[in-house]
Design a protein around this ligand. Structure first.
Ligand code: G3I
Length: 456
């Protein structure tokens, strides 16, 4: 501690002296040093976030640190299934909305956690199985992602679906028992509901190259090869007293698949190594150009689910710990993301539409389907012809036995047979060639639907 104080004093004197004499200070990275975690991360093209217990937003000692240091937030519990759909079809977004408002008022981005997870399910879902559960789960993804559409930087679409131990396979759960394709069905529904959000798979015990992380790696590689829309992988990083030597290499191998990586729930066991591990994780993220941000799972030690582990960057009085200094220094010393980061131009991942868009008059529509046994989500692209549109209608004839259960970004008339979808306020007026997207979920089979579009 004494050593650090002396060092800090020396730096202060050097900076003050340089300013007084009009000299230019050149820092190692060529940029000015950030004095908070968020500012330092932003200078390197990243975010630095914290998990927030929404009821603590009323505690000023808490929000003072949150607002000063962090430029990203995630709800620790309030956007989980048990919290926001306590009864089937009855949604309560009040706590999540409060966090989003706080973030928007303070210039923070928001991670969404989590759309589907085997834990913290509402009681009604815990008691379901088969296609009833699958439909309820996909409806949950659709409704929640639609509610927050345009407001979420990255969604943890699916959380902790892989087993611990050496199998490298999926964890058993009620969701898994609906069929192995439940994860990709969730990602497709999330993409349809919020095309602007990065869609992540998130898990723990993936802090190096091991059987579990390799199982996930193989899933991501498979998703990329088949066009399942996945953009990022979250590494929770609930860490003990050492860090795997291949932590960075593991991040890099995922990045090399063409997804972003994020450190999503970082906390570290207290003890001699805590500060070093926090610093090493930060350096590893900065060394991987597709590592786009770090989130700690809480603000102060006493806010943490790990209790006496004192696992965070601020002590219970809100003081910065040695770990904080290591993280800040690592952020300031690290490389930035290249000016044209790969994250801004992800390869297209959605499956090709069933019909090509038009080039002349009126409008046209194409549909892509995400089906499972007993249900489907249809994503529809409406493309304006050369005259543009003031409004549009898309008609779809459903196969016999199929019916629409919910619709987003359009208004549906009817639910079976021929269903008409009309544009809504914000997507009625399209210029020539402009594309609007809407979607609907249905029960039964959606195979073979051919949409027709008329423009006004
Ligand atoms: O809000 C109720 C309160 O009304 C009630 O009196 C009290 C009695 O037990 O429970 C309170 O809810 C608790 C909630 O945290 C809020 O404090 C739940 O019981 C408790 O289970 C819940 O724990 C959360 C845990 O996920 C649930 O599995 C932790 O706060 C949260 O930090 C933790 O976060 C997870 C991530 O979502 C996924 N990765 C692992 C991470 C740590 O376990």
């Amino acid at each position: 501690m004494k050593h650090r104080r002396v060092l800090r004093a020396a730096v202060t004197i050097a900076v003050t002296g340089a300013l007084a004499t009009g000299m230019t200070m050149v820092l190692t990275t060529g940029a000015s040093a950030g004095t908070t975690l968020g500012a330092a991360a932003a200078e390197k093209g990243r975010y630095f976030g914290a998990a927030v217990a929404v009821n603590k937003l009323s505690t000023s000692a808490y929000t003072t640190i949150l607002n000063r240091e962090f430029n990203s937030v995630v709800a620790e519990n309030e956007m989980k299934w048990a919290s926001n759909e306590p009864q089937q079809g009855v949604f309560n977004h009040s706590s999540g909305d409060r966090l989003v408002s706080h973030a928007q008022a303070n210039g923070m981005s928001v991670r969404g956690h989590t759309l589907l997870w085997h834990a913290q399910q509402p009681g009604w879902a815990q008691g379901m199985s088969g296609s009833a559960l699958r439909n309820a789960a996909i409806n949950h993804v659709t409704q929640v992602a639609s509610h927050y559409r345009g407001k979420i930087h990255s969604w943890d679409v699916v959380n902790e679906a892989f087993a611990d131990g050496g199998s490298g396979g999926r964890r058993d759960s009620n969701l898994q028992r609906t069929g192995n394709d439940w994860i990709e069905a969730a990602f497709r529904a999330a993409r349809a509901a919020d095309p602007g959000a990065k869609l992540c798979y998130n898990d723990y015990n993936t802090d190096g190259i091991n059987a579990k992380s390799t199982g996930i790696y193989n899933m991501v590689r498979d998703f990329k090869s088949r066009g399942v829309p996945i953009d990022c992988v979250g590494f929770q990083s609930h860490l003990g007293t050492s860090l795997a030597s291949d932590y960075q290499a593991n991040l890099q191998r995922f990045a090399d698949l063409g997804v972003d990586v994020q450190i999503t729930e970082l906390d570290v066991m207290t003890g001699g190594n805590q500060a070093n591990i926090f610093g090493a994780v930060t350096r590893a993220c900065l060394a991987v150009s597709r590592c786009t941000g770090i989130t700690t799972w809480g603000v102060r030690d006493c806010d943490s689910w790990r209790g006496s582990d004192n696992a965070l960057l601020f002590d219970c009085n809100g003081n910065k710990k040695a770990a904080y200094t290591n993280v800040l220094n690592a952020l300031n010393a690290g490389p930035g993301i290249p000016t044209t980061p790969p994250t801004t131009t992800p390869p297209p991942t959605d499956p090709p539409p069933t019909t090509p868009p038009p080039t002349t008059g009126g409008c046209s529509a194409s549909v892509s389907l995400n089906s499972w046994n007993g249900g489907f989500v249809a994503s529809v692209k409406v493309t304006a012809g050369s005259a543009g549109t003031n409004g549009w209608n898309v008609s779809v004839t459903l196969p016999s036995g199929a019916s629409v259960t919910n619709t987003w970004s359009a208004t549906a008339s009817g639910s079976s047979g021929t269903v008409r979808f009309a544009s809504v306020d914000y997507n009625s007026r399209l210029t020539a060639g402009q594309v609007a997207e809407f979607g609907f979920q249905g029960t039964g089979s959606g195979a073979g639907m051919t949409p027709t579009c008329t423009a006004s």
